[in-house]
Ligand binder design. Structure first.
Ligand code: NAD
Length: 355
């Protein structure tokens, strides 16, 4: 009997519908060879939801997302919504959705494809073979800590983590490491911050449940330097909200193009899978967006659903297609044999994924 999954599709704005459609094409292709069935439902979030419901996150979307096994999301936003009041802005819808789903762990892999090492701003020998993942705590730390206030002559924020918050994000990182090279680098500032001292203690505690995983601690300033100096040393980087915000962006640039980076936000009942880029209104509707980040997000989704063969098929297909020299426009100057459209790229990955 086929494994069945209910997938909520939130295509969003700009290039969102184009890239999600290609990911669905690839999901359907692997489903046909792996005995999986997907039951898709479309929901509106972001600008498109404002257009229809005057609300960037309708209750129907929240209900549909919570009733699904996973959510595949494109991107939201566009210049036409930039002047709306805060509660109607597309970004407000996305932040609210993350909160509704209680996705406290943001997972961002940064993997370089051999064929695209030239797309990185770093030297080829530094980046070739990079395959790391940043596990960032997403719903706590200094971005949410109280008290916080901006006064006329001073302002302050509070960095706070409870043991429970550290424990649950650490577990996510160790679970990731178990599926990878079994190494966790926990990044903090324990030489200065008490909150980081507690972070270290709790991470050490969690590590005891994962004896196969090696754990190292690194100060965030050193981690920033090491990411640029020798990124290949990392497997899983575990860190808090603000450090993760900064380090995951740095890590993403190590591998070059924004159109190649997927992400997963997990920890609640249902995971949210999305490319790290935005809705790219400047290229929307032209058929030139790179769908690979979204297709890779779909692969992460399958991995979390336990469909490893299907996920491997997608990952291998992307590698094969890039190796053959097919490129969307954003990567056309890097060893392109043929420049293809968004839809052609999706079809190619779908075809290779069934081989
Ligand atoms: P962006 O990521 O949308 O675009 C930045 C640049 O990268 C643009 O030149 C764009 O054409 C290019 N680009 C992005 N994705 C691409 C792809 N798949 N293929 C080829 N090129 C790609 O960032 P931005 O321009 O700062 O923001 C545009 C809108 O997206 C804004 O409204 C912003 O708020 C929103 N945004 C949404 C999310 C999200 O939905 N998670 C994230 C970031 C930004």
């Amino acid at each position: 009997m086929a494994n069945k999954y209910k997938i909520a599709l939130i295509k969003g704005d700009g290039i969102g519908p184009e890239i999600v459609d290609e990911a669905v094409k690839v999901l359907d292709a692997v489903a046909s060879v792996e005995d999986i069935e997907f039951d898709y439902s479309d929901y509106l979030m972001g600008g498109c939801a404002v257009d229809v419901f005057d609300n960037p996150l309708p209750q129907d979307t929240i209900n549909g997302a919570l009733a699904s096994d996973a959510i595949l999301f494109g991107a939201i936003g566009g210049p036409q919504y930039d002047t709306l009041p805060k509660e109607k802005r597309p970004e407000t819808g996305l932040l609210k959705m993350r909160k509704e789903l209680n996705v406290f762990a943001n997972i961002r892999p940064a993997v370089i494809f051999d064929e695209l090492t030239a797309a990185s701003t770093l030297k080829e020998e530094v980046v070739k073979g990079v395959n790391l993942v940043v596990v960032r705590e997403l719903t706590g730390g200094i971005y949410f800590g109280e008290p916080r206030e901006k006064l006329a002559d001073k302002a302050y924020n509070t960095m706070v983590y409870t043991k429970e918050e550290i424990k649950r994000i650490a577990k996510v990182a160790f679970e990731q490491a178990m599926k990878r090279d079994k190494k966790v680098t926990s990044v903090d500032k324990a030489n200065v911050l008490e909150v980081s001292q507690l972070w270290r203690e709790v991470v050490e505690e969690v590590a005891k449940d994962y004896p196969e995983v090696s754990l190292e601690h690194m100060y965030v300033d050193n981690a920033a330097m090491q990411l640029i100096r020798a990124p290949k040393q990392f497997d899983v980087i575990l860190t808090g909200n603000i450090f993760g915000d900064i380090l995951s962006d740095a890590a993403s640039m190590v591998v070059g193009s924004i159109g190649l980076l997927p992400s997963a936000s997990v920890g609640g009942k249902v995971g949210l899978y999305e490319p790290i880029h935005g809705s790219a209104p400047d290229i929307a509707g032209q058929g030139i967006a790179n769908p690979i980040a979204t297709i890779m997000s779909a692969s992460m989704m399958l991995r979390d659903l336990g469909e490893l063969n299907a996920a491997n098929r997608i990952d291998n297909a992307i590698k094969a297609v890039l190796k053959e020299g097919y490129r969307t426009k954003d990567l056309s100057s890097f060893d392109a044999k043929e420049v293809v459209s968004t839809s052609e790229m999706g079809s190619l990955v779908a075809e290779y994924a069934t081989k």
